[in-house]
Each structure stands twice: as structure tokens, then as C-alpha cells.
Design a protein around this ligand. Structure first.
Ligand code: FAD
Length: 556
């Protein structure tokens, strides 16, 4: 990625075929697809790339067994096709960035033979719908085998488990990899630039978007022939800017997750809790060295803050603990995050968990705005394909076939699961750091480590005990447009999701490097570090983990 100043210059100088608004999964997918089909494309993101829903998912690449259950219960063919399409996309996502995604086996605990038969048939159907995209066959595991695989499971009354396959991924880095691939293909991507208005031509069609630079407060005018609204939960706001008074389409639902140490769970397998008090399912999944537990489901508005509250954490633990031999408790929580599901409003249902996770591409004929609404991470590519087909039609350009299903993302070239060993040999780094870098950057990890050739201190851990190294901070600023401590700790290295405590302790070192790279004054650096530390302290307080010592950490 070019640096921000150079990108700003290019955007103001050029006129584009397509402007994509929103830098989450949907926007990044649309931008890459468009650029690969030959459209000169620019992407504008209000915050940091992947700062909203796309970094707050359950990290599953799935058709959705629960949606399949609904499809059968309600004899809903539409829902069935959504599941089928997602299962095809699951395989594509795994193939296109193998360093960021992998198949996992999930286990459903059963406490009667009735449940065994029910889930066995359901999962066989899930396998069957997967067709050629099946990852591996579902199977019944005896009680003994289940407890051997998952010692944390409650053994009283357990009859066995049904194990089935889905995909799992690093959502935030997948989002960044899409953007890296996009900019490497010639596109322009800018973060911290919020679209605040449009200019129209005499026919009422959009010809320019005005964005406010979040770092300087200056305005940036972006000229394009077509505009895609890929702002997820915020899409109604952009629709309103293009056509005041338009009917709102989205329903929002909040989902919270908590993370716990893996040894609290004892085992490496993923659990699907099939029944919760609110009729949903909950996952407890090993993810990047932690046990990720989620999610809740609550109707919200755009004004609600996306933070995990104590009651939500307690709800998740209560549902999970019913299935565990040794209950987990709140004090074991190391991190958490929450996000907003952008669901397309349905006239038939008021409950968000019953809305289908499908998407819709809406072309507003009066303004020309193309909005991509709803969907899920797993189907981001298919959503982008539909949106770019619509954009080409709108632009009256002869249709160019979409090639993203076979376009591997940056970092995948020559990557193999053993690539980390090459990093250990070539750069003399620890196995933990090599594995971490291999899974965050793929083969681009070498570009990160090459930075440490000029300055060997960059090989040091970002904070004691972490696999992340300081070179990632420099790389994040120079190559991935990071401009804030949270950009690095949450979205470039992922440390904030691994441990709030470690992220807070890393803030001064990260702040010092960003300050050097971006020329911050000592005052700016101090404010940035203290602001980050107090933000993390607040997240811990909200979940009920605050301690007086936690707030004493600050810069002198
Ligand atoms: C709790 C939860 C769990 C989930 N789990 C899964 C899962 O396991 N698997 C799965 O497949 N899906 C999952 N999903 C769904 C999936 O995460 C979302 O469908 C997907 O991330 C939406 O991506 P998006 O790009 O449309 O939206 P977002 O990621 O929210 O991106 C929209 C972007 O637009 C930007 N924006 C807003 N306004 C403006 C403006 N005026 N100008 C410029 N930019 C703007 C925002 O800053 C934001 O970055 C989950 C969702 C939630 C909430």
C-alpha cells in the first residue's frame, strides 16, 4: 500500500471509474473485483480499514448450520440457497488465502440418542449440500472419544458428539490482505476519510463524493463515474446522503464475544453449544491461541457503543458453563469485542436471529448509488461479484468476467504450512514469532523481517512474552497505512484481541515507533499512549475486570 500522503495526492489528481465507500470485507471485496476487471477504482474508509463489523466476527467461514435448520423447519428454499452458496464461497476463501484460513472440526455435544440422530442427519445434509466443496465428512464420536478430544466437556449424561467441518479465519488480516491485493493491482485505498456528501450532475446522478480527512479535517473530493455503498451497518446513512428521505433498509443486531486462555478449556477442539436461553447457538472456538466464545444477539441502533458489557460476558459464560465440567469464570477473560450485524430488514420478522444472512444489491436509478446490503463475511466475494456486475451494467461497459474466485491474495504466493521454518532458518527468529508472522502476513512476512536487517532492535517482541515483533509496527505504518496505536495493536498485530493487558503494556513502545515514523510531537505521542491505555482500561472496567493497578499504567 502507498503511504497516506501519496495516496491523497493520487486521489485528488485522478478521476476514477468507481469509488467504493467502506473499507470492511464488502468494500475491500468490491474494490479488488472492480480493479481486476479493469475499472480504475478508489476505496474510501471513514475509520481504519476493517475497524467495524469485519474485525468483530466469530471468525467462521461457514454455510451456517443454524440457517440450514431454519431452511428445513420453515421449508424455505431461499435460505437453503444462501447456505449452499456460502458453502461454495467457504472453499474459495480457504483456497485464496491459506495462510489466513483453515478448516476446523466443530463438536456438538448430545445428551440423548434422539439428539445424536437429529444432529447426525442435519450434519450429513450439510455435507451433502457442500457437494464438491466438502471439507471433511461429519461423524459421530462416542462419549469416550469426545471426552478424550475435549476434556472440558461435561461427562454426566453425555451420549456422544457429532463432529462436522467448517472454516475458520483471521478476519481482520483477511480484510487487509484483500486491500493489499487491491492496491498491488493498481487501486487506491484511503483510511480515515469519511464520506459526508455527494455532488450530482444535471441529471441527478452522483459524480463526486466529498470526504472529510479524519487526520487533518480537510475535505477531499473524489471524482468517479459510479459509487458503491459498502458501509455495512452504516449503509442507510450513505443512501440518505444520496437520496434524502429514502426508506431505511437495515436492522442492526449486536453480537459480543469474549476470549479466554486456551488452558482454561483444556483441549484444542471447537464446541458448538446448540441451545441457549434465547434460542441461538454459541461457539467456543480455539482461535490464535485463545478460546473465543460468542455470540450474543441484541437489537440495537447505530448510536449504541460496540463494547462488551458485564451482563453479556456473564450470559456467554452461563450458556457455555452448562456444557463444561469445570465452569469458566469472568476473571479468566483476557479480551473481548462486539460488532453490529447489518441485516436487511424483513417485513415478516421482528426478531433479528430470524432474518436471513443474505445480501441485496440495490441500484438507485435516480442517483446511481449502488448499495450492497446485508450478507456475511463468508459471502463477501459473491456479494462483490454481484455489485461489480451491477456497476458495469450501470456504466454501460461490456461485461468483463469476474476472476476473484481464483485470484489468490497477497502473501499466498509460494506459501505452505511449513513456511515458518524458512523464516526461522533465514532470519534466526523464534519458532513462535515465525509461526505468528507466517499466519499474519504469509510470504510477505519476509518484507516485515527485512526491516530488521537495517535495525536489529526491530526483531524484539512488541511486549515481553508476545510473538509479535517491533518490525510489524514499522511495517504497519509504512505499508499498511496504520496511523494510530489501536490500528497496530487491534488490526495489524491482533495483540489487543489476544490480551488487553499485553496490549496496554505494549502501547508506549508502539507509540514511540509510530511517533518516529509519522513525525509526532512528544505531546502527541503522550496523548496517544495515554488515550489508548485509558480506552483499554475502560473496556476492562465495562466487563467487570477493572483494577486500580490497571489504571496506574501510563507514560511519564
Ligand atoms: C458478532 C458478529 C459475528 C459474526 N460472525 C460471522 C462469522 O463467523 N462468519 C461470517 O461469515 N460472518 C459473520 N458475521 C457477519 C460479518 O462480520 C459481516 O457481514 C461483515 O463483516 C460485514 O462487512 P461490511 O464490509 O459490509 O461492513 P463493515 O465491516 O462494518 O464495514 C463498513 C465500513 O464502512 C465504513 N463507513 C461507514 N460510514 C462511512 C462513510 N460515511 N464514509 C466512508 N466509510 C464509511 C465503516 O467505518 C466500516 O469500516 C458476524 C457479524 C457479527 C456482528
Amino acid at each position: 500500500m502507498k503511504n497516506r500522503v501519496a495516496t491523497l495526492r493520487e486521489i485528488e489528481k485522478k478521476s476514477f471509474d468507481l469509488c467504493v465507500i467502506g473499507g470492511g470485507a464488502t468494500g475491500a471485496g468490491c474494490a479488488l473485483d472492480a480493479q481486476l476487471r479493469g475499472l480504475r477504482t478508489v476505496l474510501i474508509e471513514a475509520g481504519d480499514f476493517a475497524c467495524a463489523t469485519s474485525s468483530s466476527s466469530t471468525k467462521l467461514i461457514h454455510g451456517g448450520v443454524r440457517y440450514l435448520e431454519q431452511a428445513i423447519a420453515e421449508r424455505d428454499a431461499g435460505q437453503y440457497h444462501v447456505v449452499k452458496r456460502a458453502l461454495r464461497e467457504r472453499k474459495i476463501m480457504l483456497n485464496n488465502a491459506p495462510f489466513l484460513a483453515n478448516p476446523i472440526e466443530l463438536m456438538v455435544p448430545c445428551f440423548s440418542w434422539c439428539e445424536i440422530y437429529y444432529f447426525r442427519i442435519g450434519m450429513k445434509l450439510y455435507d451433502w449440500i457442500s457437494g464438491p466443496n466438502l471439507l471433511f465428512q461429519s461423524r459421530h464420536l462416542s462419549k469416550e472419544e469426545s471426552l478424550r478430544r475435549m476434556p472440558m466437556l461435561m461427562s454426566d449424561g453425555l451420549v456422544g458428539t457429532i463432529a462436522y467441518a467448517d472454516g475458520q479465519f483471521d478476519d481482520t488480516r483477511y480484510n487487509l490482505a484483500l486491500l493489499q491485493t487491491f492496491t498491488k493491482s493498481g487501486g487506491e485505498a484511503l483510511n480515515y476519510a469519511k464520506v459526508v456528501g455527494f455532488k450530482k450532475n444535471g441529471n441527478g446522478q452522483l459524480v463526486q463524493a466529498r470526504a472529510q480527512d479524519g487526520l487533518s479535517d480537510n475535505y477531499i473530493d473524489v471524482q468517479a463515474r459510479a459509487f458503491i455503498n459498502a458501509t455495512g451497518p452504516f449503509a442507510d446513512g450513505i443512501r440518505e446522503l444520496a437520496k434524502p428521505g429514502v426508506r431505511q433498509r437495515l436492522r442492526l443486531s449486536k453480537g459480543s464475544h469474549i476470549l479466554l486462555p486456551m488452558d482454561a478449556a483444556a483441549g484444542n477442539d471447537a464446541l458448538l453449544v446448540p441451545k441457549t436461553d434465547d434460542g441461538r447457538v454459541i461457539f467456543a472456538i480455539p482461535w490464535l491461541g485463545r478460546l473465543l466464545v460468542g455470540t450474543t444477539d441484541e437489537d440495537i441502533t447505530l448510536q449504541d457503543e460496540m463494547v462488551v458489557k458485564e451482563a453479556e460476558a456473564e450470559y456467554l459464560l452461563k450458556q457455555l458453563n452448562r456444557y463444561l465440567v469445570r465452569p469458566l469464570n469472568k476473571n479468566q477473560i483476557v479480551s473481548g469485542f462486539a460488532g453490529m450485524r447489518p441485516l436487511v430488514a424483513s417485513v415478516n420478522s421482528r426478531r433479528t436471529k430470524e432474518l436471513i444472512r443474505d445480501h441485496e444489491v440495490e441500484v438507485d436509478s435516480s442517483s446511481g448509488l449502488i448499495s450492497v446490503l446485508g450478507g456475511k463475511w463468508t459471502t463477501y466475494r459473491a456479494m462483490a461479484e454481484d455489485a461489480i456486475d451491477a456497476a458495469m451494467k450501470f456504466l454501460a461497459i461490456p461485461a468483463v468476467p469476474c476472476i476473484t474466485s481464483k485470484h489468490r491474495l497477497t502473501g499466498s504466493e509460494k506459501w505452505s504450512p511449513n513456511f515458518w521454518e524458512e523464516l526461522v532458518r533465514e532470519y534466526g527468529i523464534s519458532k513462535e514469532t515465525a509461526r505468528h508472522l507466517s499466519h499474519k502476513f504469509g510470504t510477505a512476512a519476509k518484507e516485515v523481517l527485512d526491516l530488521a536487517k537495517e535495525d536489529s532492535r526491530l526483531r524484539e517482541p512488541i511486549v515481553e512474552g508476545s510473538a509479535s515483533v517491533l518490525a510489524e509496527v514499522v511495517y504497519g505504518v509504512r505499508e499498511e497505512m496504520a496511523t494510530a496505536i489501536e490500528d497496530i495493536l487491534a488490526r495489524r498485530t491482533g495483540l489487543q484481541f489476544f490480551s488487553w493487558e499485553q496490549a496496554r503494556a505494549a502501547a508506549p513502545a508502539v507509540g514511540a515507533i509510530i511517533a518516529r515514523e509519522l513525525g509526532w510531537s512528544p505531546g502527541q505521542q503522550k496523548d496517544a499512549v495515554e488515550g489508548y491505555i485509558s480506552k483499554i482500561g475502560r473496556l476492562m472496567d465495562l466487563i467487570g475486570l477493572g483494577s486500580p493497578g490497571s489504571r496506574r499504567l501510563s507514560v511519564g
